[in-house]
Design a protein. Structure first.
Length: 504
């Protein structure tokens, strides 16, 4: 029987009860990293000395009566966030020595909430892959199968959580970068509504950390339970103090319902542009069965659902037009030449990607106008439903594929190969219109790999899919550790021991 690693909520209860100290938690997490990360390679920039000092300060603060949301909780941070004094490279060798002088706004919020930052987690080159490997830090392996990817681009964070390297982590999501690693590693993640959490300081190396509002991209929480996601989102959410925060306070609406029987859910497992593998289809079915068993109203089809083919095309255009914005002029001209050579009849996603890379501003405005029509369609859908359940990618974690030309990579779906980046269409269902989406574990594949699904909710109603995730965790189970993990405990009135905080 596998023993679950403790959640942040459970650790907090133990800290408040005096059963464990933050110093003990931090030492235990560091020992686990030093023992197990040689094969996982999730923590690429450790900061153990400062973590131990932060843990001692947390214990002192608690002894003086302080109790902040994350006080004394060991956490990790995706490498792409600026942390003063630690390198930020985005996996790009050109920037291997870049060290920012200021924390990203989300790192500042973590520290203000009392979190103990153990270090930074691995990413792909430029955050532009569904895997996490680069020339500086190497490859992050999936804790369930070291021959497979942990996902990307927040793959280091997902692998760290599954391995017990801290209780929480923060990542980012543009093309499923929170949700896909969660799905591949069997943890929880939440892609917030676009614009809900300030993103300043999560920028490419040497780029000024300005309070911009990037299209599509968000930052969000990763955890080992649904309730921990809410705990961390409450720390992360809110406008930037330099812009909207000057005049706006955040008040998220409560979840639409508290009981499973009151939810109205649309369940999808088919996409018009790519098949869903049998293991993922089974995961969606497990969630659907749990919903029905809990009394929820479940539908499989709705005429209100925005067209998924158009949505995938719009998402691909918007994603790839922004991905090449900083390309050199000569590289952009090469793309333009390739795009001009496409047949007018070629409507494949490969062709859509290439054409999107050479979008004019006029093209982008037209795509954005069509996105607004899609957003209106989602508003109409969410007048009839509370959430949509669907896949995150068509398959569980796939074997490492480091072919330097991603166009030559393929994704195997039940024995049939498809273009590598076509698997992003499910991530785009929530990303293109800026909807919140919670990734939840939904069992395992026949090979024993984790399988997850996403719960998509209405814009700025993030608490609705998060609450649904909590209810489903009770119905179908949640995170299971690939190996046993224990929390160091303190016998009341005696020295520290190595007991466990068990989930109730």
């Amino acid at each position: 029987m596998e023993q679950n690693l403790p959640t942040a909520e459970e650790i907090t209860a133990a800290l408040r009860a005096g059963e464990v100290t933050s110093a003990e938690l931090t030492d235990d997490a560091i020992a686990r990293i030093e023992r197990d990360d040689k094969v996982i390679n999730a923590i690429c920039v450790p900061d153990f000395d400062l973590a131990r000092a932060a843990a001692r300060r947390a214990d002192q603060a608690r002894a003086h009566g302080e109790d902040r949301p994350l006080l004394g909780i060991p956490v990790t941070v995706k490498e792409s966030y600026n942390i003063a004094g630690l390198t930020t490279t985005w996996g790009m060798p050109l920037h291997r020595d870049y060290t920012p002088a200021e924390d990203a706004v989300q790192v500042s919020r973590l520290k203000a909430a009392g979190a103990v930052v153990l270090g930074k987690t691995n990413v792909p080159f430029g955050l532009q892959d569904i895997q996490s490997f680069n020339e500086i830090y190497g490859t992050t392996n999936n804790p369930w199968d070291h021959g497979r990817t942990s996902g990307g681009s927040s793959g280091g964070s997902a692998a760290a959580l599954a391995s017990g390297f801290g209780a929480l982590s923060i990542g980012s999501d543009l093309a499923g970068s929170l949700r896909t690693p969660a799905h591949f590693c069997g943890i929880y993640a939440h892609k917030p509504t676009l614009g809900l959490a300030a993103i300043r300081g999560m920028v490419p190396p040497s780029t000024p950390a300005l309070p911009t509002d990037p299209d599509l991209a968000v930052v969000g929480p990763m955890a080992r339970s649904a309730r921990d996601l809410t705990l961390l989102l409450d720390v992360m959410a809110g406008p930037d103090a330099l812009t909207l925060g000057v005049a706006h306070d955040l008040t998220l609406p409560p979840a639409r319902h508290e009981q499973l029987c009151d939810f109205r859910v649309l369940v999808l497992d088919e996409h018009p542009l790519i098949p869903t593998g049998s293991a993922v289809r089974a995961g969606v079915q497990r969630v659907a069965d749990a919903l029905v068993g809990g009394g929820a109203r479940v539908e499989r089809h709705s005429p209100l659902l925005p067209d998924l083919t158009e949505a995938a095309i719009l998402y691909t255009q918007l994603l790839f037009s922004s991905s090449v914005a900083r390309f050199p002029v000569e590289a952009h001209e090469q793309l333009r030449t390739r795009a001009a050579g496409l047949s007018a009849d070629d409507q494949s996603l490969d062709a859509v990607r290439l054409r999107g890379m050479v979008f004019s501003h006029r093209d982008w405005i037209e795509a954005n106008n069509r996105r607004e029509l899609q957003r209106h369609g989602w508003r109409q859908l969410f007048a009839e439903f509370d959430a949509v359940v669907c896949p995150i990618t068509p398959t569980p974690a796939f074997p490492h594929d480091h072919n330097p030309d991603p166009r030559e990579r393929r994704i195997d779906i039940d024995g049939v190969e498809y273009p590598y980046f076509d698997q992003l269409v499910w991530a785009g269902v929530a990303t293109m219109p800026g909807l919140p989406a919670t990734a939840v574990p939904a069992g395992r594949s026949p090979e024993g790999l984790p399988v997850g699904v996403q719960l998509i909710g209405p814009r700025f109603e993030d608490r609705t899919p998060l609450r649904l995730a909590e209810l489903l965790e009770h119905e179908i189970g949640g995170f299971q550790a690939p190996k046993q993990g224990a929390l160091p405990g303190r016998r009341r009135g005696g020295p520290a021991n190595h007991g466990e905080v068990r989930r109730g």
